[in-house]
Design a protein around this ligand. Structure first.
Ligand code: GDP
Length: 296
């Protein structure tokens, strides 16, 4: 189960506080030291942890908290609030164009992150209110094209491919024409992933963006990879420009690092989380619910 170890450690830190009737500044600082260690062990970005703990400390050692009715509870509340803030405070909705127009969503990510699966999950989610078209722009892996086609069928949404002999830019452009002709108002481009970030991959994504108007560039990152997911997000944002992040594999035993640091490091919100392999396992991301879940 995700975050188990982080949740246990945070609860230990708070247990110490709760066992005391009144709190001193030193008590709070000692507990926050434990919180800091727990976050670092959960693979949260170092700078993010430092900033987070200092924000909590600033609020938690104030007169009002220490002399309040239930100081330990207040400290936990502050940690919860700051954690929510760290992950973006508000839920970020995926904004769609008016249904008269086509909203273009470009999915990107490293190979294996869950991009193709997530593209199909997203199409399924949007199917109720729009007419999505899933487009196979990965011209390097025929298996990825097949996988998208199979998933499109399962989701009962339309699928567009031109095989592997045409450039991804040409495919994206042709898909737009196809969508216009057939009345699709959401086009989801599934792009090629690589095992590692490379310049050619980034250029291909930029070329697609130059050729068609992409409204949302969504990056899928594997939550299980912790801080590496954050590094990946930083690089994609720098080199391609992303609007939002989808954290996949949050059903696994992720330690929490990616969920807690991606927004703070990249400035881009987490929109959805992948909660399993099934095509229905995509959930909206709620920072406040996630914070409460982490705190147990
Ligand atoms: P891509 O190479 O980025 O397109 O990755 P795929 O979509 O092919 O996914 C790689 C593997 O991760 C597949 O076995 C998926 O079923 C699995 N996967 C994707 N998303 C999730 C998720 O949210 N949870 C779990 N447990 N597995 C996932």
């Amino acid at each position: 189960m995700a975050f188990e170890s982080l949740t246990d450690k945070l609860q230990d830190a708070f247990k110490g506080l709760r066992s005391k009737g009144t709190l001193t500044e030193d008590d709070v600082k000692a507990a926050l030291k434990e919180v800091k260690m727990a976050l670092l062990e959960a693979d949260v970005n170092f700078k993010v942890v430092k900033q987070f703990v200092s924000s909590v400390q600033e609020r938690a050692v104030g007169e009002e908290v220490l002399n309040g009715l239930n100081p330990a509870q207040m400290v936990v509340k502050i940690v919860n609030e700051e954690m929510t803030k760290l992950m973006g405070s508000e839920t970020t909705e995926l904004m769609l164009q008016d249904s008269k127009y086509i909203t273009v969503i470009m999915m990107c990510g490293l190979q294996g992150a869950g991009k193709t699966t997530t593209a199909a999950k997203l199409a399924g989610k949007l199917k109720g209110k729009r007419k999505p078209l899933l487009v196979a722009c990965d011209i390097y892996r025929p298996a990825a094209i097949d996988q998208l086609e199979v998933n499109a069928k399962k989701q009962e949404v339309d699928f567009f491919s031109m095989g592997t002999d045409v450039s991804s830019v040409k495919i994206a452009k042709s898909a737009m024409d196809y969508a216009k002709e057939h009345g699709h108002n959401v086009v989801i481009l599934d792009t090629a992933g690589r095992l590692q970030i490379d310049e050619a991959m980034m250029k291909e994504l930029r070329d697609i963006k130059d050729a068609v108007t992409v409204h949302h560039t969504l990056l899928v990152v594997d939550a299980m990879t912790g801080q590496e997911a954050v590094n990946v997000a930083e690089q994609f944002n720098e080199k391609v420009g992303i609007n939002g992040i989808i954290l996949s594999k949050m059903d696994g035993d992720s330690r929490g690092g990616a969920a807690l640091s991606t927004k703070a490091v990249t400035g881009k919100p987490i929109l959805f989380v992948g909660m399993g392999e099934k095509l229905s396992d995509l959930e909206q991301f709620y920072p406040d619910r996630m914070a409460s879940r982490i705190l147990g």
